[in-house]
Design a binder for this molecule. Structure first.
Ligand SMILES: Cc1ncc(COP(=O)(O)O)c(C=O)c1O
Length: 343
């Protein structure tokens, strides 16, 4: 157990010893000039894992999503987004700022948008009305408590996209969590999207970086957009090396995070005033609300902090995320803290 049990996010994970060693020993070049062998290795590995032609190493998930939207759209177009999605709510409006397109948020059932509703919202362009050019999906879905969007739903959205010549971008920041929970190979999710972004620096514990994968010509253009956004990195092999370890050594252990999240969610759901169905916790994110006299969310978080447990406030109440640096004793500490504060 660590000094502090930090459930704020899986982004707080520290690099493993083997990642630190790999960083020290990485063979590097100048990736902007196209000759960093470690970055090339990571990009080839990422493309292969996703079953795409090519992949690009980017500094963050936000940049990966921004680049994808920029490459797939043109100004004056519209993009369908899920109402609670990270792209729409948490990425400082790059859709309007960088791509200069209008997001059209649609409600969903735990992250799965209704394909008929998506189709009904596609625009027939006119002088008044923008063309819809892109649908963005997210899997697993952060703000739906890490829900896994079913493959069948994505298949139906794909059919809509094909009928109307639209692109689909998958924000797969936690696609390996989705795959680990559902048993669906991540390639199968990726095959239903034109491009997929996934993060190395969340549950997979690399210190920095995300990957954007897609067709070769898409990635060529993405590389140019990355440069324009200031995301070209020189001796980036130092960062790519732990990324390779993230993809080769860290995926298998995500199920442990899911089991701990389930255990914690089950305990939380038994406390008075808590609104949480533990059956809905499929991966590593628990979001719950509570109605408890005399205790606001900030006060609750402050009480937890006094007991060396950190969590974050979110729209639905409080968010707990399990990850590599949370062990069983951290879960016990959190459960004890809950009982003291709410029980
Ligand atoms: C679903 C989702 N997409 C994208 C991102 C953005 O990743 P980054 O923080 O690396 O920009 C996050 C970050 O938490 C996320 O949860």
């Amino acid at each position: 157990m660590s000094e502090i049990s930090d459930f704020r996010s899986d982004t707080v994970t520290r690099p493993t010893e083997s990642m630190r060693r790999a960083m020290a020993e990485a063979v590097v070049g100048d990736d902007v000039l196209g000759d960093d062998p470690t970055v090339e290795e990571l990009e080839a590995l990422a493309a292969d894992i996703m079953g795409k032609e090519a992949a690009l190493f980017v500094p963050s998930g936000t940049m990966g999503n921004s680049i994808a939207a920029k490459v797939w759209t043109r100004e004056l177009e519209e993009v369908i987004v899920e109402a609670r999605s990270h792209i729409y709510n948490m990425e400082s409006t790059h859709l309007t700022f960088i791509s200069r397109v209008t997001p059209r948020p649609l409600a969903s059932r735990r992250g799965a948008m209704d394909p008929d509703e998506v189709e009904a919202n596609l625009k027939k362009p006119s002088v008044h009305i923008p063309r819809t050019s892109l649908i963005c999906v997210e899997n697993s879905h952060n703000n739906w408590s890490g829900a896994v969007v079913p493959l069948e739903n994505l298949r139906n959205l794909r059919a809509v996209a094909e009928r109307h010549q639209l692109r689909i971008h998958l924000d797969g920041a936690r696609i390996f969590n989705a795959g680990a929970a559902s048993g669906v190979p991540v390639k199968d999710y990726a095959a239903l999207a034109d491009s997929v972004m996934f993060c190395l620096s969340k549950g997979l514990s690399a210190p920095v970086g995300s990957m954007l994968a897609g067709p070769g010509d898409f990635i060529d253009q993405a590389r140019r957009v990355r440069k324009a956004l200031g995301g070209g990195m020189r001796q980036a092999g130092v960062l790519a090396a732990p990324g390779i370890i993230a993809l080769t050594e860290m995926i298998g252990r995500l199920v442990e995070d899911h089991a701990r999240a389930k255990k914690l969610a089950t305990a939380i759901s038994r406390l008075p005033g808590v609104k949480l169905d533990p059956n809905e916790i499929e991966t590593n994110i628990i979001i719950f609300g509570f109605s408890y006299p005399r205790l606001s969310v900030p006060e609750f978080l402050a009480e937890l902090r006094k007991r060396r447990v950190l969590a974050l406030a979110t729209t639905g109440g409080v968010r707990f995320v399990t990850h590599k640096d949370i062990d069983d004793e951290d879960v016990e500490r959190a459960m004890a803290a809950f009982k003291e504060i709410l029980g």
